[in-house]
Design a protein around this ligand. Structure first.
Ligand code: 26V
Length: 752
């Protein structure tokens, strides 16, 4: 049967007569059937990538690409007056992640399968995901993200495991999603859930009874943990995930007849940040139940596990009170205490190295570092900071465990799927080798002086901008000019990422325009990102941006030169639409705070030029493209770390010293903005910037404005700018997650 015949037979009608939703079901069924036919990756050693988040994005398009069916399906639908894009729009995006950490996990699974390595993901099947973001009265509101409504690739299995929570037995059920490699075999993402979850207990947005574990356990990712019940719920979730994981692993190994004493020959466990850390004591416990003494079990687990650190922010380095753990997982307590005692004996009670601190809190990262064979950061600078600052005491005792694995992204999604025109151009110029070996992209440098190619690049960018403008018109009813510069700042909302600094630049530019200093070309500033529901300051920044959007876009004097759009509910799907249309990629975190960033890589790959600080992977981007093809500004990470260590940054100094900073900050509470927004929120934000500014916005504001001005001027030198685009694309091969996964495998997993 041809693909077209297959489609018709599933539809029971002509393609031209089918609705998009029917076509979606049929396409999904074809993917399922094809996937069933391809073999699961085989090997004697397998990695389990355990993560609280998997931000997979929509599956249909990506699976069609990896199965080699996308172009044919696209053509069949077009020939019948349909469009694959509209069919893909029916799918609901699995809302199983928050940001970079979750998307990294999804890119890694794609690369592991593509490289034909045995490796499964393990996570949770959150019914309502993180949350869905809505803007009402210029403020973020949270509602459940009902991604499970409708058909998807996740299927229920009949595999369950008993999990002890607070002395009661619950049964975790495994759901599976195929992870199809590009022209390769498949692996699995296992997502665990409870059969008893009751979605009807959610009310007033995302409120629910946090104590009813049977009904609430997997409702949301990262439920609010600002109170005791919330923290207990996080512990419940984490243990439920890792106990299911550990049981699955031991079950499979016993089934295969492997000697559990040699578990490290068959299994590697990658611990993605501290959320899955309890897998360490849980695996030890299960091995002890198999008759292995604790010391020996701990040694085995030590050789199996590897830990990745994704942030140096203290708030994200989890420390759980010992008595909370005692309440939820009393059976793990003797093991955790035993591990702590072993560290006490080995390191003479050095408090820096203890797992349990003087306040009886369990430091999950410290447990990870004592009981993992590898400890890695996610970009060169980040790993150096871990070794020399944040995790220094551990680097001193375990130097051989520390290693860097600079993050990567899958080009199958963030170029082939999201930017088909650029994909075609690259194919035409250098062939298709780059799809499996991204270093081939460097061959594009041959065209550095080829006017024709440069013009095509510019054209593709323009068409992507038109497409985004149409999308934003449809979704947000805002008119964008595709001839304006698209300046894009999309990522989780956090003070360290400094969206507020970009908002202050918007104010600065607005005031310039009002004073008659006009830019050579209109500028469109595009924001997108979710704020954690309990993170007040991040919500205040969203509020400021939305108020500026209202003020500026409706000011006939200004809106000819400047527009602001904040995209609602930024997610992977929207990322795929925004990134190909970007001219200037905003990566302006306070140096030292962004572990790596991965958006920066996606923009670069799509021909945007980075405006950023010397932070995370930006540093590696600069080394690759050279100073002519990136705009770097601001204080260095060493300077910033120095300022923290000596407590010598006072934002008020910057506020009072510079007139232009003063004016921009004061505009936040101007009559005009207060007439649009909530004066209390705006006041709180202005106050914070002047008196606290923990992430040093005002420190870098002036150098940021200067660098952005230079970038905007350079944009007018079109011949030069197009070359910058080309160099960025050509040099992005290093950031393929295939490269990253090869490094994980060579240095840590050793899969066979
Ligand atoms: C964030 C939050 C904020 C909301 C409430 C709870 C919560 C829990 C965890 C996190 C995640 C922090 C770790 C994280 O996402 N790190 C990011 O990891 C990326 C992949 O390595 C990296 O590129 C980013 O720089 C880093 O911020």
């Amino acid at each position: 049967m041809t693909l077209q015949e297959e489609l018709v037979s599933l539809l029971h009608k002509e393609i031209k007569d089918a609705a998009d939703s029917e076509l979606y079901e049929a396409c999904l069924e074809i993917v399922r059937q094809r996937s069933e036919q391809i073999p699961t990756v085989q090997g004697t050693k397998k990695v389990y990538y355990i993560s609280a988040e998997f931000l997979t994005g929509k599956q249909l398009g990506k699976n069609l690409i990896n199965l080699g069916l996308f172009d044919e399906m696209d053509r069949i639908l077009k020939d019948n007056g349909k469009s694959l894009e509209s069919v893909e729009a029916i799918e609901k995006e699995p809302s199983l992640g928050n940001g970079g950490l979750g998307r990294l996990a999804a890119c890694f699974l794609d690369s592991i399968a593509t490289l034909n390595l045995p490796g499964d993901g393990i996570g949770l099947r959150y019914h309502y995901g993180l949350f869905k973001q809505q803007f009402i009265d210029h403020k973020q509101h949270e509602i459940p993200d009902e991604w499970l409504d409708g058909s998807n690739m996740v299927r229920k299995t009949d595999i369950t495991f008993p999990v002890q929570l607070a002395g009661k037995t619950y049964h975790s059920r495994m759901y599976d999603m195929d992870v199809i490699g590009y022209k390769g075999n498949k692996n699995t993402l296992h997502l665990f859930d409870l059969d008893t979850i009751d979605e009807s207990i959610v009310h007033d947005g995302i409120q629910f009874d946090k104590t009813n574990i049977e009904k609430n356990l997997t409702l949301f990712l990262y439920p609010d943990d600002s109170d005791r019940d919330g923290q207990l719920l996080r512990i419940y979730q984490q243990y439920f995930m890792v106990s299911s994981a550990a049981q699955l692993i031991i079950h499979k190994e016993k089934e295969a007849g492997h000697d559990l004493h040699r578990l490290d020959q068959y299994v590697a466990v990658q611990i993605n940040d501290t959320h899955p850390s309890m897998v360490i004591p849980e695996l030890i416990r299960l091995l002890m139940m198999e008759g292995i003494p604790m010391k020996r079990a701990a040694d085995i687990v030590n050789n199996v596990c590897a830990y990745t650190n994704h942030t140096i922010l203290a708030e994200a380095l989890e420390k759980w009170p010992l008595d909370y753990l005692g309440e939820v997982v009393p059976h793990l307590l003797p093991i955790i205490e035993g591990l702590d005692y072993a560290a006490y004996c080995a390191f003479s009670g050095n408090p820096d190295l203890m797992i349990i601190d003087e306040q009886n809190r369990v430091h999950m990262a410290k447990m990870d570092m004592h009981y993992s064979r590898s400890i890695n950061g996610v970009a060169a600078l980040h790993t150096e900071i871990l070794k020399n600052q944040e995790l220094k005491p551990f680097y001193n005792i375990y130097p051989q465990r520390f290693n860097n694995k600079t993050n990567g992204i899958t080009f199958r999604r963030f170029l082939m799927h999201s930017n088909p025109q650029l994909t075609n151009l690259i194919d035409m110029l250098i062939g298709e080798g780059w799809k499996t070996d991204a270093s081939h992209l460097e061959e594009l440098l041959r065209y550095y002086n080829d006017e024709n190619v440069l013009e095509q690049l510019e054209n593709i960018k323009y068409q992507n901008k038109v497409r985004l403008a149409n999308f934003i018109k449809e979704k947000e009813n805002i008119d964008l000019d595709p001839n304006s510069v698209f300046d894009v700042h999309v990522k989780r909302m956090h003070e360290y990422k400094r969206q507020q600094m970009n908002a202050l630049w918007v104010i600065y530019k607005y005031m310039q325009i009002k004073n008659g200093a006009l830019p050579p070309r209109p500028i469109t500033v595009i924001f997108g990102g979710k704020a954690a529901p309990a993170y007040k300051m991040a919500k205040n920044v969203i509020h400021l941006i939305l108020c500026l959007q209202e003020l500026i876009n409706n000011d006939p004097e200004a809106n000819k030169y400047l527009k602001v759009v904040m995209i609602q509910n930024y997610n992977v799907d929207k990322a795929e639409k925004v990134i190909p249309a970007c001219d200037i990629s905003e990566q302006i975190s306070l140096a030292s705070k962004e572990a790596s960033g991965t958006g920066n890589m996606k923009f670069m790959l799509n021909g945007a030029v980075t405006l950023g600080t010397a932070d995370g992977a930006n540093v590696e981007i600069r080394n690759l493209v050279g100073n002519d093809n990136i705009y770097v500004f601001g204080r260095s990470s060493d300077e910033v770390i120095g300022l923290y260590n000596t407590s010598s940054y006072h934002s008020s100094d910057f506020y009072y010293r510079s007139n232009s900073i003063h004016n921009c900050v004061d505009f936040i509470t101007s009559e005009q903005l207060c007439a649009i927004g909530d004066p209390a929120m705006l006041n709180e934000l202005r106050d914070n910037l002047i008196n606290k500014d923990w992430f040093m916005t005002l420190l870098d504001l002036e150098s940021y404005c200067a660098a952005k001005e230079t970038a905007l001027m350079d944009y007018e030198n079109r011949a030069w700018w197009k070359r910058k685009m080309l160099v960025n694309i050509a040099k992005s091969g290093f950031f393929s997650s295939d490269r990253t996964i090869k490094e994980y495998n060579n240095d840590i997993w050793h899969l066979r």
